[in-house]
Ligand binder design. Structure first.
Ligand code: FAD
Length: 317
């Protein structure tokens, strides 16, 4: 079932989760162990992130180094299929521009369609670790909107091979990313919103936000989106803080602010267990307020912390 149909048929706020594929070498049982305790909350869908390959230098027998492309977290498509089969819950694979030529994207979409997957979250992806800014593949997409347009074409039965006439159509519900605190490369929020609106006008049916720790940022973002004529559902993305290190890491990597009250409380913590307690309480307050405000879905970035999410959802619903 499509995410948009889950939202449109819901009477109350829904719950969804986001997971990362395990590091290469781990088994699917690590995913089940992570998700099993969360399934009691009947998530409407589960997102699975996509991780492109990284350039590494591998030592050869003769002592010299060779450059190799390694994907540390492969398995997005397989995990989506496993989730749908094992839990009978809809899976939302993330699909990125980075590392894909258009033909590879088309093949990936055909795979997803054959597996019965109805949803994709369409993203640009970040720059590769060895790049200073994002570079598409020679025949790939530079922006998420270009990838989105390819998905829309396939939904209409239009393939890259022009000689495929009356081809089978895919039927993906397309989600996109939104940034309450602005995407870090955008010169200002207005410009970022202009591109966000273009993605919606090109066929995106809902927006999932980057994490935020101050609900006011989400409420302001929704208001400015509505003022700009962006009317699709905006799903808040929520992440727990569980370590002191995240105080500097989250702003650096995800370009989000931590409210003063939260950072003060974390600074007073002696151990990461104390931080986890503070982070859980903060997430519960955020979730309760967002639910009260009638958000369509509470989407949790579970990132190896299913117990925190379990406690939060239990306290919210
Ligand atoms: P875009 O929409 O392409 O925007 C990128 C930048 O370009 C923005 O500054 C925008 O304002 C600007 N822009 C957009 N369109 C145009 C245009 N036509 N012309 C000029 N400028 C333009 N990354 C992964 O690698 N894997 C994942 O699984 C993943 N999951 C994510 C899930 C969520 C909910 C979020 C919020 C992010 C996720 N990311 C993931 C990170 C994401 O890929 C990065 O934030 C990336 O830098 C931007 O992606 P985007 O889809 O917003 O890009």
């Amino acid at each position: 079932m499509k995410v948009i149909d889950h939202i449109n048929s819901a009477k109350d706020t829904l719950v969804s989760f986001e997971i990362l594929p395990p590091l290469k070498g781990k088994t699917i049982s690590s995913i089940y162990e992570h998700l099993d305790p969360l399934m009691a909350f009947n998530p409407s869908f589960i997102n699975v992130t996509y991780h492109r390959s990284e350039t590494m230098f591998k030592k050869k027998a003769d002592g010299t180094f060779e450059k190799v492309e390694v994907r540390k977290r492969p398995g997005t498509v397989g995990i989506c299929a496993a989730i749908m089969n094992h839990y009978k819950v809809d899976a939302v694979p993330h699909l990125i521009c980075g590392g894909f030529a258009k033909r590879e994207t088309e093949d990936a979409l055909i795979d997803l369609h054959f597996l019965g997957i109805d949803n994709v979250l369409v993203l640009r992806g970040d720059a590769a670790k060895n790049e200073s800014s994002f570079e598409p593949e020679p025949d790939g997409h530079r922006y998420a909107i270009d990838l989105l347009k390819q998905v829309v074409c396939l939904n209409q039965g239009v393939y890259l091979e022009e000689d495929i006439k009356n081809g089978g159509k895919t039927n993906f519900c397309i989600g996109i990313a939104g940034y309450p605190e602005k995407h870090f490369e955008a010169p200002n929020l207005e410009t970022d919103l202009m591109y966000l609106k273009a993605k919606v006008e090109s066929g995106a049916e809902y927006i999932t936000t980057q994490m935020f720790f101050d609900n006011q940022k989400y409420f302001d973002f929704v208001k400015i989106c509505r003022d700009q004529g962006i009317t699709v559902p905006i799903i808040p993305g929520l992440k727990p803080i569980t370590t002191k290190k995240q105080m500097s890491m989250l702003p650096k990597v995800f370009h989000v602010d931590l409210p003063t009250d939260l950072s003060k409380a974390i600074l007073q913590c002696k151990t990461d267990a104390d931080v986890e307690q503070v982070g859980t309480e903060w997430l519960i307050q955020q979730s309760r307020e967002l639910k009260k405000a009638g958000v369509p879905v509470l989407h949790y970035y579970t990132l190896g912390k299913p117990k925190v999410i379990e406690a939060t959802v239990k306290a919210t619903f």
